[in-house]
Write a protein that binds this ligand. Sequence first.
Ligand code: SAM
Length: 227
Amino acid sequence: MPERNSNSTYNLFYQRIIGTKTLLGRKLLNYKQREIEYIVSYIHSSCNSGLIMDMGCSTGQFTRVLVSEFGESRVHGADISKKSIERCQKRNPKLTFRHIGNGFYRENEGKYQHVLLSHVLEHVDKPARMLKKLQSLLRKDGSLIVSVPQERIRGDSALPENLYNLIRFKFENVHRIKHSIGSLSSLLTETGYLYKNHRYIHAYSKGRNIKCFGNHSLVVCSELAKA
Ligand SMILES: C[S@@+](CC[C@H](N)C(=O)[O-])C[C@H]1O[C@@H](n2cnc3c(N)ncnc32)[C@H](O)[C@@H]1O
């Protein structure tokens, strides 16, 4: 079950803000493009024959990039926002999008080779619980790719979303937890994953793979630890 009221926070307007931010981040400053390119290259470099889930797909922009790379039969998108999934389905009738409601995890047990969790974990109050639940979606040799923003002040990379919340008197930072390479690696280890690789994505240049002020995000790749 989703942890919070998804209708009030992740409504259609919120999803449109995310869609615009992602589009600008891909076409203008390129950081979203560099982020998805790294994710695609990791999937190519690992065992990549199975299904791929874009968890928390929102407007489905990353789902569509993954489809263009790996084919529509191999890529699915899912989100707790029903409206967002309905829009994705309407816009891309040939692609598979699933709403995460009751039964989602049970119905999709052991189905995926790769789960991508891009800019979702920081929205979740109990990240360990979510990472453990995601294990159930993965095959035994499956991998989990997590991308999180690298914020200087908590919430600075979610400025439009937080401003929108302020306008409607909702005083809640959509980013609940700030994740670093140290905290995220420990979290992954504690919840049954094996760290494989990581990459910092700089906000406006190709950048080196180092922690610095100008970073947009951090992508951490992991595999299911063998029982
Ligand atoms: C910031 S958007 C990320 C969009 C896209 N993945 C990206 O990287 O640009 C966060 C999305 O996560 C979804 N979300 C929040 N909590 C979730 C949960 N527990 N499970 C799945 N999706 C969730 C929201 O509805 C929203 O669409």
